[in-house]
Design a protein around this ligand. Structure first.
Ligand SMILES: *Cc1c(COP(=O)(O)O)cnc(C)c1O
Length: 450
């Protein structure tokens, strides 16, 4: 009888007393530094996707701006472009540093994807993009779309009639379902969202109110995705948004980077080797943080350093990258339960391709306990009036985590004054749609811990 690859790796790791694996098993907070990261110049031509793919996605979103402006008047101010604010948070920096007992970072910023219009999370980037790409493809195939036509036509009866004959499905812990469901229903598609047990009740209710079919599972995310994928395969004219394996989602997220670059330019913030940008990205299956980080490397090269953040009970990307097995191993394989208050990050098995793509690009991954998330959520609300969900604050303590283990960081980060010269960016991935009662409950849980 032969062991499976993950069993072999686990046996080898145990034999060599792998410290990282021990910490993961015990659900202790840990920082993992990626040993396979390379200089960007050495890898840029080996990557499966490149700047031309991101530019193509960016232009498609530009074309659809006319449609989004038409059906969502709240996007008129940004001309139909779905983008979030970038804020400097000096008060948050002082509050967090004091609580964490560490130095105050002089340049702490937050990217408020929590405030993205229409669906209030980072999924409005990838999720919307994949739905729009699919809609455009169908319109072209059916001869409905003429070159150069104003995309406001996507709101017209012939387009809606076409989409009514097509279905879109997705499996989700909540926010992806929300993004895909809201926009697909708006376009006129028949939509089904397969929701894992972690998904909040209010997200299911909101989707149902928009005519979306919600199927609930008592088990976790990977079951919801597997079931959704199987069901979609048996239906004609059905597109499955595959969060475990989608380059469309990935490119939708990647477009964020050039937009962020423009925002930093407006703020007069320089990003270079002496003033690196360090970005902390909450990670579930990996598509969101992976896509954003991929875009950031294309824009800033070696001057940007990306760290993913995962809950101590759901460190699927850390486990996948550290073992090199990627989606060939799950957190359940090492005895973890994949239960966390960070519902957007409650994923036990990483994406099939993101970890592989990130291998030469990512600086590292750290893990956080749920209590820590609630506490950071309360601190950011008190200091900066930010309304965030637990998943979204995972990056809030990143600066302190790096400072505590600075000697282990890549040379470019180990050799500078981290709290003076680096720009630290917390990617706040969601929260503005959370109902008030739920928001209060998160806050109260955090306050009780301070
Ligand atoms: C989905 C999500 C993430 C992580 O994105 P993945 O693509 O699953 O890695 C982070 N934060 C929030 C709020 C999310 O909804």
């Amino acid at each position: 009888m032969t062991d499976s690859p993950e069993q072999r790796w686990l046996a080898d790791a145990a034999a060599r007393q792998d410290v990282q694996l021990e910490r993961l098993r015990e659900a202790r907070e840990t920082l993992w530094i990626n040993p396979l990261r390379q200089a960007f110049a050495e890898v840029r031509n080996t990557l499966p996707l490149g700047p031309a793919d991101i530019e193509d996605a960016s232009q498609r979103l530009q074309r659809f701006a006319a449609y989004l402006r038409t059906v969502y008047p709240q996007t008129a101010a940004s001309d139909g472009i779905i983008e979030s604010p970038l804020r400097c948070i000096p008060q948050g920096a002082r509050t967090l540093a004091q609580w964490l007992g560490t130095e105050v970072p002089q340049h702490l910023w937050i990217k408020c994807d929590s405030e993205l219009p229409i669906s209030g999370s980072i999924k409005a980037r990838g999720g919307f993009y994949e739905v729009l790409l699919h809609a455009e493809r169908l319109a072209l195939e059916h001869g409905l779309l003429q070159p150069g036509e104003d995309y406001a036509c996507f709101a017209s009866p012939p387009f809606r009639a076409l989409f009514a004959e097509h279905a879109i499905m997705v499996g989700s812990t909540g926010n992806l379902g929300l993004s895909i469901g809201i926009l697909s229903a708006q376009l006129g598609f028949r939509v089904t969202v397969h929701m894992s047990a972690d998904a909040r009740e209010w997200k299911k209710a909101l989707l149902r109110s928009k005519g979306v079919t919600v199927i609930e599972y008592a088990s976790d995310y990977s079951v919801a995705v597997t079931q959704g994928r199987a069901e979609a395969a048996n239906l004609p004219r059905c597109h499955f948004v595959d969060d475990e394996d989608s380059s469309a989602l990935f490119l939708g997220y990647a477009v964020a980077a050039q937009r962020l670059q423009a925002q930093f330019q407006v703020q007069g913030v320089t990003v270079d080797a002496a003033h690196p940008l360090i970005v902390y990205l909450p990670c579930g299956v990996g598509g969101g943080p992976g896509g954003v980080a991929f875009g950031l490397k294309q824009v800033f090269g070696d001057a940007v350093h990306c760290f993913f953040v995962e809950p101590t009970h759901s460190p699927c990307m850390l486990l996948g990258m550290h073992s090199g097995l990627h989606n060939g191993i799950s957190v359940q394989d090492i005895g973890l339960d994949n239960l966390t208050c960070a519902d957007g990050l409650a994923v036990g098995r990483a994406s099939a391709f993101v970890g592989k793509v990130m291998e030469p690009l990512l600086d590292g991954i750290y893990t956080v306990r749920d209590e820590h998330l609630f506490a950071c959520l309360a601190q950011l609300r008190d200091s900066e009036s930010l309304a965030l969900e637990p998943s979204a604050v995972a990056g809030a303590s990143g600066f302190a985590r790096l400072l505590a283990q600075q000697a282990e960081l890549p040379t470019e980060l180990a050799s500078i004054d981290l709290m003076r010269d680096a720009t630290h960016l917390i990617w706040a991935t969601g929260g503005s749609m959370v109902p008030e009662a739920e928001r209060q409950a998160y806050y109260a849980q955090g306050k009780a811990l301070l």
